[in-house]
Design a protein around this ligand. Structure first.
Ligand SMILES: Nc1nc2c(ncn2[C@@H]2O[C@H](COP(=O)(O)OP(=O)(O)OP(=O)(O)O)[C@@H](O)[C@H]2O)c(=O)[nH]1
Ligand SMILES: [Mg+2]
Length: 344
């Protein structure tokens, strides 16, 4: 996604070490007052430029796709500590934004220490210059120390966001939903020939898997949604609700898998209730595919036939899988968006 190019964020100690060791090297090349000036300039510029670089590498969250900002907010909430403020605490993107602005403050502050000290050093002898330079170093170290938690929070957010699989909000997208263990990952892997393996026990897939299929030169995304669209809303926590909201922005069609053999461990009636619930909350069409038809003879007589399914398949044997996929792709509207630069 848009987060994959975020550079690593230095920790406070790393930043100070780097600044002061570069400064020492710069100082050794000169003598007297000039050495002090050179050290001061180098150290302050390393800190300020690194801080600016951290801040500038982030997108403006007001302008990114709602899917990208909601998913970022959810990921940041889960992976970073909240930020303590006078009126309570901030979490997610609010905390991240506040931390980025603190890091930006550190850059400005460091430059003003540099300029202020430079004007004093300029009029000093070598010994006094050294004293000023040392005081400035101590102040810069304090500034960096003040944003220690902010650097850590930004770094943790970056690490978590960088590992998100590539999801393109602009590509037509099929979100695969259904209770745990109904065969969602198996379906995504089979139709996209992704190399990810599906473990044979429930609750293993927690990272979102994304695969692609191409039809008539249009690339479609098939997104597995473990932990997101697999339980009634009442049982979800805040992060899961938010993840659902992100998927709502993303999905052009929902392919809801039911396991009428109930070997997934959930009664068919509960599965269908969840589907009806998603139908109410999603603007996108929700299609139903009965999976595990190869096991339906184990099901209670008549249950599978009761399902008003749009497709029936077995991810295990492959029966009906292509037809179910075609149905979903046909229901995913494709609106070509021509980038402005290529419109002439
Ligand atoms: N017999 C049979 N087993 C299937 C079929 N599809 C999936 N399974 C099995 O059902 C189990 C769960 O499949 P997954 O694809 O991991 O299910 P999931 O919906 O991704 O599960 P979570 O990620 O836990 O939500 C695995 O043991 C699969 O081998 C099918 O059509 N027939
Ligand atoms: Mg899965």
């Amino acid at each position: 996604m848009i987060y994959e190019d975020l550079p690593t964020t230095p920790r406070a100690e790393e930043l100070v070490d780097k600044a002061f060791s570069r400064a020492a090297r710069a100082g050794r090349a000169k003598q007297g007052r000039e050495a002090q000036e050179s050290m001061l300039r180098t150290a302050c510029n390393v800190v300020a430029d690194n801080c600016d670089n951290v801040v500038q590498s982030w997108p403006d969250f007001r302008t990114v796709e709602p899917f990208a900002s909601e998913i970022a907010d959810a990921v940041v909430r889960r992976t970073t500590d909240p930020r303590q403020t006078d009126d309570g605490e901030q979490a997610g993107l609010d905390a991240l934004r506040a931390s980025l602005s603190e890091v930006s403050w550190a850059a400005r502050q460091t430059r003003s220490i540099r300029d202020e000290t430079m004007s004093k050093v300029y009029q000093s002898d070598a010994d006094t210059a050294r004293k000023h330079r040392k005081q400035a170093f101590a102040r810069v170290a304090d500034v960096v120390d003040e944003v220690r938690d902010d650097l850590r929070r930004v770094g943790a957010a970056r690490d978590a966001l960088k590992d998100l699989p590539e999801i393109r909000p602009d590509e037509p997208t099929v979100a695969v939903a259904g209770y745990p263990n109904v065969g969602k990952s198996g379906f995504v892997n089979r139709v996209t020939r992704a190399s990810n393996e599906t473990a044979a026990y429930p609750f293993t897939t927690r990272a979102v898997q994304v695969g692609h299929v191409e039809r008539d030169r249009v690339r479609y995304q098939i997104v597995d949604t473990p932990g997101v669209l697999d339980r009634p809303a009442a049982e979800r926590n805040d992060i899961e609700r938010q993840a659902e909201s992100a998927v709502r922005h993303l999905a052009d069609v929902v392919l809801f898998l039911v396991d009428a053999s109930e070997s997934c461990g959930y009664p068919l009636s509960a599965q269908l209730r969840l589907r009806d619930e998603l139908r109410e909350r999603f603007d996108a069409p929700v299609l139903t595919a009965r999976n595990k038809t190869d096991r339906e003879d184990e099901a209670r007589a008549g249950t599978a036939a009761d399902v008003d399914a749009d497709a029936a398949m077995s991810v295990e044997t492959g029966d009906g899988v292509e037809a179910a996929l075609e149905l979903a792709l046909d229901a995913a509207p494709y609106e070509p968006e021509i980038p402005p630069s290529r419109q002439e």
